[in-house]
Design a protein around this ligand. Structure first.
Ligand code: NAD
Length: 505
């Protein structure tokens, strides 16, 4: 592990008492008999102790959301009133950034600077959704003939279950909850059992912002029984889920008995294709960012590159050189760029992929093993570049979800497209070339919900996001993100008396 950039333990004082997480049901904070704990994956310190939700807690939260929706207190509120609350929430998020940043950093193991960016950045999602609340409208049809007029009304879909993962707990909630609220829905939210605390703090902020009781309910706990019941319950109208493809499939199956709408943001195996005429320095930097950001525990991780044979060796050398400069270590240090792996089991899974690839003939150009960080007991994995990867290897097709880059090569555009599309996933893809025709040809052929050209992982509340193939169903952000939470109803009106009677005589 020579020549890597390691950030040792900072020695920062860690919380003496754990954050206490409770459910928010019908406007009240509620405990369960049992609790569950989360320790910081980098330091081993107890970060939070949360109420462990039961089926009864989940039933109560769904009943509260149903009653709030049916009362009309939020579903029939004006767009202006909804926007006023969403804007207040955005302000409160900004006022509470540091408190939430520390918990997000400690529960996920991500670097504190990135945790801060995630929390502060989410405020903008709430502001954008507030703008959507005020501009929401349907259609009218004024060319159906002289006596006819029709309207298409947009209505909130109803009670929405929101189930989120551990890798960007606050950001991902921000891609769902404010949009559901802008539409007029009421919600039951279940954060990951690994990262519950910032969702609980958001609950406090929602109350402070004046959101009526029961409009947002939070149940803490595990997939069983909480998440599964949220996906199958007859009083829930829609489930929006971000997480693994395997759990996404089980949610779709659970929701099918009552034909709920389902929106799924799932895994990815996202390729970046590098053509020889690209700005190779910019591409190498973006590839390095794409694979190590959030320790690769990122649905948009640029976990495989497909490089033209003429530049493959030189390009890989650039990425390896940059990888040595990326600061790995204590998440509490402001300089750290890559923190801890979320759990020991996940660390073992990541290492298994690397070992399997090596056994199949791939070469480790950098890293390839757990990385001890001085002064810390947690799991860290070295920045890893694996070359000689072939399309049949699991590391080329599966979502590894760690700081591991797989390098494949190509000769022609068609080969590059075929390799890029050779995965069951279709979340995002990237192309690097100075030739706009090459970029557009790739963008049009790529099976992906987002294609970045000469950049990687730029996202905006305005620009819709989601996956094709087994990366998901539905979209978030932008106007499509709001549409997910809306039902449409056509109202057809006769406005004259000219209709000929159907019954003759
Ligand atoms: P996960 O699927 O294990 O868990 C996600 C959530 O589902 C958690 O809250 C969990 O408690 C809950 N859950 C588990 N079993 C359930 C069940 N049977 N019914 C209902 N809920 C259940 O995912 P994770 O490990 O927390 O997150 C990592 C995964 O998330 C990766 O695959 C990643 O690609 C994906 N992800 C996708 C996006 C995207 O936008 N496409 C974004 C971030 C993460």
């Amino acid at each position: 592990m020579q020549d890597l950039t390691l950030i040792p333990a900072t020695g920062t004082a860690l919380p003496a008492t754990p954050f206490r997480g409770r459910h928010l049901i019908g406007g009240e904070w509620v405990d369960s008999t049992d609790t569950f704990d989360r320790a910081s994956p980098a330091h081993g310190v107890l970060v939070s102790r949360s109420a462990k939700g039961t089926a009864e807690d989940t039933e109560a939260a769904i009943a509260a959301a149903r009653a709030a929706f049916d009362s009309g207190v939020w579903s029939r509120a004006s767009g202006k009133d909804r926007a006023t609350v969403l804007l207040k929430v955005a302000d409160l998020i900004e006022a509470n950034v540091e408190r939430m940043t520390l918990l997000e950093c400690l529960e996920t193991g991500k670097p504190i600077a990135q945790a801060r960016g995630e929390i502060a950045g989410a405020a903008d999602l709430w502001r954008y959704a507030a703008a959507q609340a005020r501009t929401l409208h349907g259609d009218s049809h004024n060319s159906l003939g002289p006596d006819m007029l029709a309207m298409v009304l947009k209505e909130p879909i109803g009670v929405v279950s929101i189930i989120t993962p551990w890798n960007f707990p606050f950001w991902i909630l921000g891609q769902k909850l404010p949009f559901a609220l802008a539409a007029g829905c009421t919600c039951v939210v279940k954060p990951s059992e690994v990262t519950p605390s910032t969702t609980v703090i958001l609950g406090e902020l929602l109350i402070e912002a004046g959101l009526p009781a029961g409009v947002v309910n939070i149940v803490l706990g595990y997939g069983q029984p909480v998440g599964a019941l949220m996906a199958s319950h007859p009083e829930v109208d829609m489930v929006t889920f971000t997480g693994s493809t395997a759990v996404g499939k089980s949610i779709q199956a659970a929701a099918s008995a009552t034909l709920k709408k389902v929106s799924l943001e799932l895994g990815g195996k996202n390729p970046q294709v590098i053509f020889p005429d690209a700005d190779l320095d910019s591409a190498a930097d973006a590839v390095t960012f794409g694979v190590y950001f959030n320790a690769g525990e990122c649905c948009n991780s640029g976990s495989r590159i497909i490089v033209h044979e003429d530049v493959a060796e030189a390009f890989t050398a650039k990425v390896v050189a940059l990888s040595r400069k990326v600061a790995f270590g204590d998440p509490l240090d402001e300089a750290t760029q890559v923190g801890a792996i979320v759990t020991p089991a996940h660390q073992a899974k990541i290492h298994g992929y690397v070992q399997e690839a090596v056994a199949a003939g791939a070469t480790v150009a950098l890293g390839g093993a757990p990385l001890p960080v001085p002064g810390l007991s947690g799991d860290f994995y070295a920045p890893t570049v694996v070359t000689g990867v072939t399309p049949d290897m699991a590391i080329a097709r599966d979502e590894v979800f760690g700081p591991i880059l797989s390098v494949l090569t190509f000769r022609t555009l068609d080969q590059a497209i075929a390799l890029a599309n050779n995965a069951s996933y279709g979340l995002s893809a990237g192309v690097w070339s100075e030739n706009v025709h090459t970029c557009l040809a790739f963008a049009r052929a790529a099976q992906a919900g987002t294609v970045w050209t000469n950049t990687w992982m730029d996202g905006f509340p305005e620009v819709t996001f989601g996956g094709v193939k087994q990366s998901g169903l539905g979209r978030e952000n932008g106007r499509y993100g709001l549409d997910e939470f809306l039902e449409v109803k056509s109202v057809v009106m006769r406005i004259g008396r000219s209709r000929a009677n159907w019954v003759r005589g």
